[in-house]
Design a protein around this ligand. Sequence first.
Ligand code: WAQ
Ligand code: MG
Length: 256
Amino acid sequence: MEKQTLYSIRMRAAVGGRHERGGKHISGGEQLGTKSEIVSKSQLLIEKALAHHRGEADFLQVTIEKVEEDIHYFRPLPVQTNDVPDETEGRILAKNLLKVIGLQTKVIDKGMAELDNCFEARGAIIVDANTGERLDGRGLKGVRVSRIDWEIDSYEAWLFEKSNLKQLKVKEALALATKVAAHPYTVAELCWSDDPDYVTGYVASQHQGYQRISKLKKFGDENGGRIYFVNLPSENDLDSYIHFLEKVPTIIKIDR
Ligand code: WAQ
Ligand code: MG
């Protein structure tokens, strides 16, 4: 797909009206595709929104934009799965992984408290890896990583090795985590889903790769989200970091 013009295809869905008017976020998704892929990729996103377990959307928006910027290519982070008996052990493991990366306990706890206040967000919250304070100021919108997709043959090759990980959620989350971890300001990410029936989450970083944790919440719980712990050289660097996440087109690719 690389030599052709690409389009960013994004979807967001809510119930109770559009997000800006207080609607509850149901589902979102982002892809990159050639012109001939726009219709099929839009359809996949619409199907995703309509089948969602968080509720029945009454607002659904698909945005299609031609991408002008140069494409960045990254290899998927290595994946490891950690099985835990329950979400309590899962959260302990997540915190330990973050500590090994170098975050202080009080920073992790503060970041998680910020997430607690913001489970309705449809994007990630950006948290200072030194203080635990939230930096993005985006409220319930958060920062949505976008313009991201797999090169199709690379995904097939990856899946051939990881045939037990064929859920769409893993495909999407690993692509997002790889893009985020690739930025030098990212220290680590902590994520678990807001889908009530999906309890697996992860801690991701360039150092530790994509560390799946089998349970990070109770089945039926609709609270989920993403924290990006960052180490910014100065506060002026936040805009360029967010620009990378939202705007720089990124394709996950394995060299073959
Ligand atoms: N950019 C930033 N934040 C996002 C994005 C995005 N593109 N998509 C979702 N979020 C935030 C938002 O707050 C959601 O509420 C929250 O993350 C959870 O999103 O290996 O499915 O799409 O088995 O529900 C991880 C484990 C699954 C996968 C994560 O997240 C595996 C998942 P969801
Ligand atoms: Mg979700």
